[in-house]
Structure formats: structure tokens, C-alpha cells
Design a protein around this ligand. Structure first.
Ligand code: ZN
Length: 588
């Protein structure tokens, strides 16, 4: 259950790693000396050599940087981990500064000579260059870009710091089983999933009541973040507040419009699921604090590390032997850290290791069914890395959020299929399906409410409205209502739900939300195809995962014969969700 990070580096001696980091910074400076001011003169052959050198450099930096970062995330209390993490962070900053000229100069070269993108010599870099060119009209001069970075640090980025500092230092008083307790935010939100309904209600009431008390801070922050974004969007000549996110996510407005329309048309399906869940919980109607709650009679399903490995390997092997083999290798080579320990980063993630054509996974494994799902999810990311690193240049492995969750969500569905086929009682089946549909509902529908909400903030500003706390709360409730209708009974204080979402306060991160919706429906649609086509579908999914970011999401789907700009494609994902809801209904 403990990973082996020594594979990432030649020597794990801290001094050797620090020396290695230093030599990478020196190498970056050499690249700068050679190319600064000269990219503009490159022909196709010269550009190819430059891009290959840049990729080779990325790979050489990977091992030591990853080692330092992963060591720290597994145990931040270790002195050596702190030391190496700090050294790697500093090296990273110096490296970024040395190479900051690349995007600006490369952009200029492509703007002046766009035919380079079509040059057969550069065929493997074609989409990478297309994406770079798409950013060009919105890049300002080097001096202006530096000014924006400087003013953001103490300006707009400070709101995010304030919000996270507020949340992490606040404590909440709550009575649990007759005992008064004072809990930090990270602990009290754990009660949202308590099997005790009254406690869930009290935890939600306590948190949001307190958040609402500081509405003046949150509204000031949201106002500033939105207004800054509008101003900068104008400077950068983005036609709408959403355009920047389309470019980052490699999608178009038409695609996202179709996606969101499909969501609006299918809110009835989600509401039908929520009514079924209410029935399973013995309730007239779900309250807001029941949305992610477990079923009252959920059987305890526990899995040892060994059993979890078997479930994951079998689930993936039933799909494809080669993929199952890679999943097994992740355990065999000890690339997963599952041990629970103090000083370990919370949550879970998968870091790809391109040089080793593999990946590393961090999670805290507590033998619960949720841990099994987390593992299957992260293993899906690992498979994405296995296929991508075997087929693409490092420049083509900067996978945008819409596609990045393809392997992971698909893996969760494979696990669901396996667990359902083995379930012995109807209660087990219901637990598995509710687990799956709660997640789907959150990622596809509740996140959509946040898309509508964010859009409505900009609309309100354009109409000249002043966004005070109550006005923002009203916009949030209106967006929420579009999704939930009258299917859920909300605590009044939930109007302050927007105050705790860190994303709304992050600088230059507007409309972070719809890629989650995209990923869910995209993968559900793919899974439906898999059910229809069986083994014939397997190479198609592998091809998507092997493509990395070498193609746009639209072209990836087109290869399967789909047009993601049309609602018909997204409906396919909804059909799959409907099938799961039907299976759940049959168990009642
Ligand atoms: Zn993920």
C-alpha cells in the first residue's frame, strides 16, 4: 500500500536531487540563450528541432520534479520532503521565468507564418500549434503580460487567498450526541454524509448560517473577480466572458451550447432519480442535506487492499486484457500509495509519469466502497497516461479538462458493471447505483446550475445591477431552481452555497465548471456505445485515450462518427443515465 518512488530518479540522495534540479535550471537558461529573439526566424525544420528539444527537456525535468513533489504529498511532515519540495518549487519558478518567452515568440511566428502549421514536417505538432495560434490574438505585449502577473498577485489573486484562509481558520460549534463540539470546516463537512439525518441537517445549517454572516466579504470578492474578468476580457479582445475558457478547453461555443441545452431538456430525468432516492430513504421528498447522503439501510461493503486490487484488475480486464494488465502493473510495481498517514495530502489524484510510460496514484484507502471507486477512477487516469505516453510527444499530453476525465469516469462504469453483476442482495444493488447516480447528478446537473449562475452574474453586471450578497444569492437560487425545480426541499441558508466554492474566487479561472458536465455526458455516451458494440468498441476508446491532446475533442468524437456540436450526441449520454435510473427503479 506504500508506493516506491525510487523508480523516478537515478539516486534518492537529497543532494543528488538538488544538484539535478540545479542542472535543469542551467539547461533552461541555455535554451533561452540559444532561442530568445530567434524563434521568429525559424523555418519548419528549425521549428521541429526546437519543439523536439523542448519536449526532450520536459522529459529530463520530469523524474526529479515528480519525486520531490510526490514525496511531499505523501508525507509533508518529513524534513527531507519539505526541503526537496521547496527546492523543486524554486527551480520550477526559475525555469518558468527563463522559458516564458517561448509562448510569446512562438505565437508571433505562427501569426506571421500560419502555413507552418500545415507543413508535413510538423505533422505531429499540428494541433499543438493550432491551439497556440488560437491564443495569439488575445496575448498582450511582454510588458503588459508581466504587469498583469504583478498586479494579479496582490490584486485579484488575493481574494482567493482570503477565501481559503477564512474557510481553513474558521471553527463551527455543533452538538453531536449531546456533546458540544468545535470543528474546523474540513471536519464539519464530513458530517454531510452522516447516516444520521438530524446531524446532516444541523451540520449544513451551522456551516451556511456562518458563511452567510460574512456575505459582505463574499459579495465584494465575487464582484471584484467578475469585474476584473470583464475588464481583462475586453483588453484581451475576448468577445464574451466565456470565450477564454473555450480556448483553454479546446472547445467551441456551439458545442457547449448544445451540451447545456441537453442538460436543460433532461432535468426531469435527474428529478425522477431524486424522487426515487427519496422513496428509498422512506421520505416524501429529499431535503438538500439528503442529496449526497447514504441510504439508511445500505449494507456495509468492505474491501481489503487485495480484494480491491482484484476488483479493479478484473473490471478493467473484462473490458480489455492489455488494459487489465496495466492496471495490475500499477499494483505490482508499487505505483499506488493507499496508506492512511498523518501529513498526507487529502483527496486522491493520479500523476502521469511520461518517461516511465506509467503513472503514480495517491489516495487514502479506508476499505470502503467509495475508496474502490476512487481507485478505479484514478486507475482510469493511469491508463490514459499509459496509452498517451506510448503514442504521443510530451507537447501532446497537455490534456484539457473535457477529455482528461474520459478514462477515469469510464473506469468507474466498468467497476459499477462488475459490482452489479456480483451483488447478492437488492440492497447491495441499490447502494452501488445510488453511489453512481449521486456522483453523476452532482457532476452533470448540480455543476450545470453553477454554469447558469456564473453566466447570470455577468448578465447582471452588464445590466448595471449592483451585486450585493442578497442579489448574488437570488441569482444562485434561480440557477439552482432551473435544475431542481420542486424536487428538493432546500434549507433557506443554502442560498449562501456559492460562498464556499473556491473556484469562484480563483484568478483567471472563470467557467471552470462545464468541463465536468462535458466529461460525464461524453463518457456515458461512450459507455452506451460500448454496450451496443461490445468488443468492437474497445480499440475506439483506446484510440481516444492514446490521442492525448493531439486532436481537439470535436475531432476525437468525429472519429467515432459523432458530432459533439449537436444535441443528438449528448442525448446518447442521457440515454445511458436513464438506463441506470431504470435499473434502480426495478429494484424497488
Ligand atoms: Zn479525475
Amino acid at each position: 500500500m506504500v508506493w516506491d518512488l525510487s523508480q523516478l530518479v537515478e539516486s534518492t540522495a537529497p543532494d543528488a536531487i538538488k544538484a539535478e534540479l540545479e542542472s535543469r535550471v542551467a539547461e533552461a537558461e541555455k535554451i533561452r540563450d540559444k532561442y530568445h529573439g530567434k524563434i521568429i526566424d525559424l523555418d519548419a525544420q528549425g521549428l521541429l528541432e526546437f519543439l523536439e528539444r523542448k519536449d526532450a527537456f520536459t522529459l529530463r525535468c520530469e523524474g526529479v520534479a515528480k519525486y520531490s513533489y510526490l514525496l511531499y504529498s505523501a508525507d509533508s511532515t518529513l524534513g527531507v520532503a519539505k526541503e526537496l519540495h521547496e527546492a523543486a518549487r524554486k527551480a520550477r519558478m526559475r525555469l518558468d521565468q527563463a522559458l516564458a518567452f517561448i509562448i510569446i515568440e512562438l505565437g508571433r511566428l505562427l501569426a506571421e507564418n500560419p502555413s507552418l502549421i500545415q507543413d508535413p514536417l510538423l505533422v505531429e505538432y499540428k494541433h499543438y500549434l493550432e491551439k497556440t495560434l488560437r491564443r495569439v490574438p488575445h496575448i498582450l505585449s511582454e510588458a503588459e503580460e508581466q504587469l498583469i502577473i504583478t498586479k494579479d498577485k496582490n490584486g485579484i489573486a488575493a481574494w482567493q487567498l482570503l477565501q481559503s484562509d477564512w474557510l481553513s481558520t474558521r471553527t463551527f460549534d455543533i452538538e453531536i450526541e449531546g456533546k458540544k463540539k468545535t470543528l474546523p470546516y474540513g471536519k464539519i463537512i464530513g458530517l454531510y454524509q452522516s447516516p444520521n439525518r438530524d446531524l446532516r441537517k444541523l451540520a449544513n445549517q451551522t456551516v451556511y448560517e456562518n458563511l452567510g454572516k460574512d456575505e459582505i466579504i463574499w459579495a465584494s470578492a465575487v464582484r471584484a473577480v467578475c469585474d476584473d474578468h470583464l475588464q481583462v476580457s475586453k483588453l484581451r479582445k475576448y468577445p464574451t466572458p466565456m470565450t477564454q475558457s473555450f480556448i483553454t478547453n479546446d472547445v467551441t461555443k456551439k458545442t457547449i451550447d448544445s451540451l447545456m441545452k441537453t442538460i436543460e431538456k433532461n432535468v426531469g430525468l435527474y428529478q425522477r432519480y431524486l424522487r426515487l432516492k427519496a422513496k428509498l430513504m422512506g421520505l416524501e421528498m429529499l431535503a438538500s442535506y439528503d442529496l449526497v447522503a447514504p441510504l439508511p439501510n445500505a449494507p456495509e461493503m468492505r474491501y481489503s487492499w487485495k480484494e480491491a486490487r482484484k476488483e479493479a484488475v478484473d473490471a478493467y480486464s473484462e473490458f480489455d486484457e492489455e488494459v487489465g494488465g496495466w492496471v495490475d502493473e500499477m499494483f505490482e510495481k508499487r505505483h499506488i500509495d493507499g496508506k492512511v498517514r498523518k501529513g498526507k495530502e487529502s483527496g486522491a489524484w493520479c500523476a502521469s509519469w511520461i518517461t516511465g510510460k506509467s503513472a503514480y496514484i495517491l489516495q487514502s484507502f479506508n476499505e470502503k466502497i467509495g475508496d474502490l471507486y476512487t481507485q478505479a477512477h484514478e486507475l482510469g487516469h493511469a491508463i490514459h497516461a499509459y496509452l498517451g505516453s506510448r503514442n504521443q510527444k510530451p507537447s501532446n499530453l497537455e490534456i484539457g479538462s473535457c477529455i482528461a476525465e474520459t478514462g477515469s469516469v469510464f473506469g468507474e462504469l466498468l467497476l459499477t458493471e462488475r459490482l452489479l453483476s456480483k451483488a447478492k442482495t437488492k440492497e447491495e444493488k441499490q447502494t452501488i447505483l445510488v453511489n453512481l447516480l449521486d456522483e453523476f447528478g452532482m457532476a452533470a446537473f448540480q455543476v450545470s446550475a453553477r454554469v447558469f449562475f456564473e453566466q447570470s452574474l455577468y448578465d447582471a453586471i452588464e445590466q448595471g445591477k449592483f451585486l450585493d450578497g442578497e442579489t448574488v444569492a437570488k441569482l444562485w437560487v434561480a440557477a439552482r431552481e432551473k435544475i431542481y425545480g420542486d424536487s428538493v426541499d432546500w434549507l433557506d441558508v443554502m442560498k449562501w452555497e456559492w460562498t464556499m466554492k473556491p473556484h469562484y474566487y480563483m484568478a483567471n479561472y472563470r467557467f471552470y465548471n462545464y468541463p465536468y458536465v462535458y466529461a460525464q455526458l461524453f463518457v456515458f455516451a461512450l459507455y452506451k456505445l460500448y454496450k451496443e458494440q461490445g468488443k468492437a468498441f474497445v480499440p475506439k476508446l483506446k484510440k481516444i485515450l492514446a490521442a492525448g491532446s493531439s486532436k481537439s475533442p470535436r475531432d476525437l468524437a468525429a472519429e467515432l462518427g459523432f458530432d459533439i456540436t449537436k444535441e443528438a450526441f449528448w442525448e446518447k449520454g442521457m440515454e445511458q443515465a436513464k438506463e441506470f435510473v431504470n435499473i434502480l427503479e426495478e429494484t424497488i
